[in-house]
Design a protein around this ligand. Structure first.
Ligand code: HEC
Ligand code: HEC
Ligand code: HEC
Ligand code: HEC
Length: 417
């Protein structure tokens, strides 16, 4: 029965992907015309700007949050979580912490393979910390924020107006302006190590890579502080560093006892330290197709059943829901795309216009098969670009050049069984 909850329990072994291979190259440069609100300039990181209410419609935003099923991954304020069988993060977390009822041996096997979505940031915390304008931009062009979390925010089919509505719904209560703080960047740099901040946080471009010891979810969920100056509400920075749990009761970041002057120095370091270039991923080259024979079994084990199948499967396996790429979800219509068997893969899917499409149909300027195009598109998305299709696997690390080569070789060899 347990095996039917989710297309799980197959014997494919998933190598552990440590850290995110997807350090973003591009932070979406905010486009002034789409901003939902404006802030006063922040010369001093500043606390001087009061946060103005966003322009979107919070009521519509709430409806959209339900339509896009944000609560399948996030804790969302005032939105009830769906049943466990629909919760990507909730179910994975229950498996990790033993709250999921299954035989011990099976749980251990699953835990060995589960690594992509052990947790997601809480939007209850995010609404207190993040600027609505940043949330809007991020929903339109998500990029990687957390080096130790393999999954990224998926690129949804959301319009700028819808993103503004969602941002308005998620906007925390406005606060009054606080006096600007004084802090010495170099003192903050010193404290960042001395007070243990660097045990959890990367601060790329300011000399701090990802922490190597990934013990707890607090480390997994600690954002790279490189993005903080563009995303955090300026009036929250010092207060958060001083005591996160006084800002939001369910903050994961622990309270570090600090003097006010130390919190200000750390805030100055976070907000004002000169930043080197964003980390970039090496370019991936497409490898030539393999000479040796590549059969279905190998591609199934290495690709289809390792990741694709978790969102594109038979409803029987998943109690009436074949995953968002099959039965619809996250705001997408049902595409009926099933990666569970050879025949299902040959069957293709139904596009948004209701037309049947083969996964092997040549598309785009390069006339690449759809299946290959989605994989290459994901590699591009991770490097700040866009491909001809929405990149797959959706919101998860792109396939390696070797895995793409395997798929391409299998297609080139006539898709042998
Ligand atoms: C499939 C799971 C999934 C779904 C569905 C999803 N998200 Fe996310 N989201 C993530 C992950 C994972 C991250 C963390 C990304 C990172 O750290 O790089 C994230 C990050 C975010 C962030 C940044 C929060 C922070 O503290 O960094 C916001 C805001 C957000 N999501 C909003 C939404 C909204 C709104 C929706 C629905 C419209 C949504 N998400 C749907 C997985 C999801
Ligand atoms: C009912 C519990 C449950 C739900 C709901 C669930 N999963 Fe999983 N998921 C699992 C288990 C168990 C595994 C490991 C099984 C295996 O690989 O044999 C897994 C594995 C995965 C994997 C492959 C391993 C990895 O970490 O990369 C991905 C990707 C994944 N799930 C994504 C999702 C997404 C996306 C959703 C929501 C649409 C989801 N899961 C919903 C239980 C669940
Ligand atoms: C045990 C891990 C841990 C430690 C230690 C830690 N943090 Fe955090 N920090 C987090 C997590 C997790 C978040 C995300 C919000 C949350 O859920 O609590 C966060 C969020 C932040 C943010 C908001 C960043 C953003 O872009 O959203 C700042 C700023 C920050 N931390 C600064 C610090 C400073 C300065 C220190 C040292 C005094 C520190 N942190 C120590 C885990 C940690
Ligand atoms: C986290 C869930 C998830 C995972 C994992 C995933 N997909 Fe998808 N996939 C989706 C969703 C949702 C859609 C629908 C997107 C749309 O309608 O634009 C989709 C659509 C597609 C499409 C149709 C794309 C188009 O533009 O018409 C292809 C092809 C595809 N996926 C292939 C894959 C392959 C191959 C993998 C594994 C490497 C994979 N998917 C993994 C969720 C997922």
């Amino acid at each position: 029965v347990l095996r039917t909850l989710h297309p799980v329990g197959l014997s494919a072994v998933v190598p552990v992907v440590v850290g995110c291979l997807v350090l973003a190259t591009s932070c979406s440069s905010p486009d002034a015309s789409t901003h939902v609100e404006q802030y006063a300039p922040e010369s001093n990181a500043s606390t001087s700007a009061a946060v103005r209410p966003p322009v979107g419609d919070p009521g519509r935003g709430r409806e959209l949050v339900e339509r896009f099923e944000c609560a399948r991954c996030h804790e969302v304020p005032d939105v009830v979580a769906p049943p466990l069988t629909k919760q990507c993060v909730g179910c994975h977390a229950a498996i990790a912490d033993g709250g999921f009822e299954a035989p011990k041996a099976l749980l251990a096997e699953w835990r060995g393979r589960l690594h992509s979505l052990p947790a997601a940031p809480s939007l209850t915390v995010a609404r207190q910390l993040l600027r609505p304008s940043w949330i809007q931009d991020f929903l339109l062009s998500p990029h990687d924020l957390r080096p130790n979390l393999a999954a990224t925010m998926p690129r949804l089919a959301i319009s700028p107006a819808e993103a503004a509505d969602v941002a308005a719904f998620l906007a925390g209560p406005p606060t009054s302006a606080l006096p600007p703080f004084e802090g010495d960047v170099e003192h903050g740099r010193q404290l960042f190590d001395d007070k243990g901040c660097s045990a959890c946080h990367a601060f790329s471009g300011a000399g701090h890579g990802p922490p190597s010891a990934v013990g707890s979810l607090a480390v997994v969920l600690a954002p790279d502080l490189r993005w903080t100056r563009e995303r955090l509400r300026p009036d929250r920075l010092v207060a958060w560093i001083e005591n996160p749990r006084a800002v939001v009761a369910d903050a994961r970041m622990p309270h570090t006892p600090l003097k006010r002057s130390e919190a200000e120095a750390l805030a100055a370091f976070v907000a004002q330290a000169p930043l080197g270039p964003a980390p970039t991923l090496p370019t991936v080259t497409r490898l030539p197709v393999l000479e040796r024979p590549v059969g279905y079994e190998e591609v199934r084990e290495q690709v289809f059943h390792k990741v694709c199948w978790h969102c594109h499967s038979q409803p029987d396996f998943a109690r009436g829901d074949g995953g968002p790429g099959m039965s619809g979800g996250f705001g997408f219509p049902p595409l009926q795309l099933d990666f569970s068997t050879y025949d299902a893969i040959q069957g293709g899917y139904v596009n948004h216009a209701g037309e049947p499409v083969s996964l092997f149909k040549p598309t785009g300027p390069e006339r690449l098969p759809v299946l290959l195009s989605v994989l290459l598109s994901r590699q591009r998305e991770e490097r700040g670009g866009r491909g001809d299709h929405r990149g797959m696997p959706l919101g998860l690390p792109a396939l390696s050049a070797q895995d793409v080569q395997l798929v391409e070789s299998w297609i080139a060899q006539g898709r042998p069984r």
